[in-house]
Design a binder for this molecule. Structure first.
Ligand SMILES: O=C(O)C1=C[C@@H](OP(=O)(O)O)[C@@H](O)[C@H](O)C1
Ligand SMILES: C=C(OP(=O)(O)O)C(=O)O
Length: 429
């Protein structure tokens, strides 16, 4: 665990950044490329620790994967040709890897044991295991399959018609990926729509998936056709610099290659609602995952309310949004965000505790937080709780303080954004 002392002395941020690959799309490119027989190529892959753990899992299943810079070549015998691994699959810190792999592995003919780090060991897996068991999956784990380590014996699955009890793309994706192998039709019904990268990418691999009014339908036993995947930049990574550009004095930033999938772009709506100086220049709407160049400059922000269907569209950006709210005029209310409690750490508690240490006026509620602004922030000793998004929120806060901010663990930031500190330095030149 490496500590870092940040003493930026209130810089102005100027210039352009190329945003690195989207974590959700990168995971899925390896997964679908491994299910498909033949050669799949990926460009713009995120070399974050979570995505590298996904690659390591599929290598253990006998898939050949070569990484060269941000290009990846996947040569797979196809899901029916995977070999039974003699070692445990390690999913690290990645909820996405663990939950989507559960769905994929349930319908294979291999036995696998999966485990992750100490954070994964606390994250709820029953939300995926329960619907998969209804599909006849054979999964065992601690507390009746709630926690890792998990043992999966691949078997023949049945399609399911499932109403989602929680807005979660990981649960939806696990069911759809199991449904691909199942007998009959699989239907997933969402009351609040979660990110749809799996549906989009399945279509790109030639799978017939119907999506209408929050209902996703696919027929089982479809084959995937190997293809080429272009990964858009990660809007969840870009968010930290969108935020920095809006609150650090005398700043003007251009973020290039930002994925603006409408199930992910809630941060743009929030910045607009807060009166930020933001301009979005769309590159090409016709591609599977559209991207844009986003211009942002120092803004006088207003408080806002964030709730309901907006929450899944910005769930990972809430730590950063809370920091923005400390600099906005008036009250910001974040509600309907209980899901934050079951991320890498309890993000409601972590955000409130760390921003309070910096001098913010912020209170936790049962499903979110309430922030009063603007408040000047001062230096402090902060914790990341091994959570990359909390680590990055802390580091962006350090751009505003006169005194130094010490962060206990900055290594965790490499989970989703290995170039994060280089990018801060790039904008300060
Ligand atoms: O499907 C995905 O790639 C993800 C879905 C979200 O989690 P939930 O499905 O738990 O909401 C998100 O928080 C996570 O960072 C990535
Ligand atoms: C919650 C996150 O990821 P995961 O669920 O894949 O660990 C995240 O990246 O913020």
């Amino acid at each position: 665990m490496s500590e870092k002392v940040l003493h930026y002395n209130q810089p102005a941020l100027q210039g352009a950044l190329q945003i690195p690959g989207d974590k959700s799309v990168s995971h899925r490119s390896i997964m679908l490329g491994s299910i498909a027989k033949g050669v799949t190529t990926v460009e713009g892959f995120l070399l974050g620790d979570d995505c590298l753990d996904t690659i390591a899992c599929f290598k253990k299943l006998g898939v050949e994967i070569h990484v060269e810079g941000t290009n990846v070549k996947i040569e797979s015998p196809g899901i029916d040709g995977w070999s039974e691994p003699s070692e445990v699959l390690y999913t690290g810190n990645s909820g996405t890897t663990t939950r989507l792999m559960l769905g994929i592995l349930s319908g294979t003919n291999v036995h696998v044991i999966m485990t992750g780090d100490s954070s994964i060991a606390k994250r709820p897996m029953k939300r995926v295991v329960e619907p998969l068991r209804l599909m006849k999956a054979d999964i065992r784990g601690r507390a009746d399959g709630q926690y890792t380590p998990l043992a999966i014996q691949g078997t023949t699955l049945q399609g399911i018609d499932y109403k989602m009890p929680v807005a979660s793309a990981q649960v939806k994706s696990a069911i759809l990926l199991a449904g691909l192998r199942a007998q009959g039709t699989t239907i997933v019904r969402e009351e609040v729509v979660s990110r749809d990268h799996t549906e989009r990418m399945l279509q790109q691999f030639g799978v017939q998936v119907d999506v209408a009014d929050g209902v996703v339908t696919l027929e089982g036993q479809q084959q995937l056709t190997a293809t080429h995947v272009t990964v858009p930049g990660d809007i969840s990574s870009a968010a930290f610099f969108l935020g920095a550009g809006a609150i650090v004095p005398n700043s003007e930033i251009v973020l290039k290659n930002v994925g603006i999938n409408p199930t992910r772009d809630g941060i743009i709506d929030v910045l607009r609602a807060m009166d930020a100086n933001i301009e979005v220049h769309i590159n090409d709407e016709a591609v599977m995952e559209p991207t844009a160049s986003i211009h942002i400059s120092t803004s006088t922000l207003q408080g806002t309310t964030i709730d309901g269907a907006l929450i899944p569209r910005l769930i990972d950006e809430i730590p950063l949004i809370a920091l923005l709210a400390t600099q906005a005029q008036g009250r910001t209310v974040i509600k309907d965000a209980e899901e934050l409690k079951v991320k890498e750490t309890d993000r409601i508690q972590a955000v409130v505790d760390e921003l309070k240490k910096l001098g913010a006026t912020i209170e936790a509620t049962h499903d979110g937080m309430i922030i009063e602004g603007p408040t000047p922030l001062h230096g402090a000793k902060l914790q990341s709780y091994g959570d990359h998004r909390i680590g990055m929120m802390n580091a962006i806060a350090a751009l505003l303080t006169e005194g130094a901010v010490t962060i206990d663990d900055v290594d965790c930031i490499a989970i989703s954004y290995p170039a994060f500190f280089e990018h801060i330095d790039q904008l300060m030149k």
